[in-house]
Design a protein around this ligand. Structure first.
Ligand SMILES: NC(=O)c1ccc[n+]([C@@H]2O[C@H](COP(=O)([O-])OP(=O)(O)OC[C@H]3O[C@@H](n4cnc5c(N)ncnc54)[C@H](OP(=O)(O)O)[C@@H]3O)[C@@H](O)[C@H]2O)c1
Length: 324
């Protein structure tokens, strides 16, 4: 770049190569489902997918919050195609009912965004099926949903499954003897385990799709640290982490629309590849633009991934015959 000091040209080129939502190719003709779409990262992902032409199903557990999100989306992206669907990721009955209703529509599902999540609930809670709520919602619910929607995904020309994990997977451990914190419950350990399970699942799904010569790709992502409701809804406003988050937010955190970029990149970029892990490129992956990042070795253990898959099939009663 003539006229620019050395270093500045490089900085400009780097900035130009940063991926933004403006680079999302047309999603016209595609159908996308986003779980937990009424707030935070899920809402922002749904908004951009709809803005770029996809028909987006907002999967929400609370009808009033879902309606408010749909109204907001239609205000922010006038003319976009979106609808609200009832989907409680903490209830296998709700997941089965949604999957059956979607199958009856006889349309392919191009994009499944496994996003809904709860974090560090102070006390051990159970889902409708008696699963520990974080493991049940964040992992088992999405394992069941993806498996039940597999026929509709495989009917799409280039299906993608995106699963939203977290930096918190780094401290996670899949303890098959205390998988649902039956023996002891620590809020952040249960969250870390569920987010580690997200990556193990997403990578195992991609391996199985490759082995079956399927066109489906599966990509785990993480949003860095993003200012959403998840902190107040989980650990609570007065927890040490929530207070730290408020103090550190301006420096280390990003808004929910930036937090949605790894999801959107993985869902739409022609460059994104199955099995890659996508997260922000900034300091300690806390914020920034999407890039391929490396999970910790605990997320790459294929023996654990396969055992988790089998246990998840047993617990949910959902299997993936097309990928076995
Ligand atoms: N924010 C971060 O810094 C961060 C970092 C790493 C990973 N993540 C991950 O990002 C994802 C989205 O979280 P967020 O940060 O955007 O938080 P958020 O604003 O609280 O959004 C979470 C969404 O999940 C929904 N949800 C929770 N339980 C559900 C259930 N049983 N059925 C259906 N929907 C349910 C929530 O619905 P309600 O409004 O009804 O509760 C909400 O729509 C989560 O998987 C989270 O683990 C976030």
């Amino acid at each position: 770049m003539p006229g620019l000091a050395p270093g500045m040209a490089e900085a400009r080129a780097m900035a130009a190569s940063k991926w933004t939502a403006q680079q999302i190719p047309s999603q016209a003709g595609k159908t996308a489902l986003v779980t937990g779409a009424n707030s935070g990262i899920g809402y922002q992902a749904a908004l951009e997918l709809a803005r770029h032409g996809a028909h987006v199903l907002l999967g929400c557990r609370n009808a009033a919050k879902g309606k408010a999100a749909l109204d907001r989306l239609q205000r922010e992206a006038p003319g976009a195609s979106a609808e609200l669907v009832e989907l409680d990721m903490a209830s296998l009955a709700s997941i089965r009912a949604f999957a059956a209703a979607f199958a009856a529509r006889n349309i392919p599902l191009d994009l499944l965004i496994n996003n809904a999540g709860v974090m560090a609930l102070p006390h051990r809670e159970l889902t409708a099926d008696g699963f520990e709520r974080q493991f049940g919602t964040n992992h088992l619910g999405h394992f069941a949903l993806t498996g039940l929607l597999l026929p509709q995904l495989l009917a799409a020309p280039a299906p993608r499954v995106i699963t939203v994990a977290s930096i918190a997977h780094r401290n996670g451990k899949i303890d098959f003897d205390n998988l649902q914190s039956e023996r002891s419950y620590k809020p952040w350990d249960a969250y870390g385990e569920s987010k580690l399970a997200n990556i193990l699942f997403a990578k195992e799904l991609d391996r199985r799709a490759r082995a079956a010569h399927s066109k489906l790709i599966s990509i785990p992502v993480h949003p860095g640290v993003s200012t959403t409701n998840i902190f107040a809804n989980g650990p609570g406003d007065k927890s040490v982490k929530a207070i730290a988050v408020k103090l550190l937010a301006p420096v280390f955190m990003q808004a929910d629309d930036a937090g949605a970029l790894p999801t959107l990149y993985a869902a739409t970029s022609p460059e994104a590849k199955g099995g890659e892990y996508i997260g922000p490129d900034g300091f300690m992956e806390m914020k920034g633009s999407p890039k391929v990042v490396q999970p910790r070795p605990n997320a790459l253990d294929q023996a654990v991934a396969q055992r988790l898959w089998t246990v998840s099939e047993e617990l949910t009663g959902v299997s993936y015959p097309a990928l076995n």
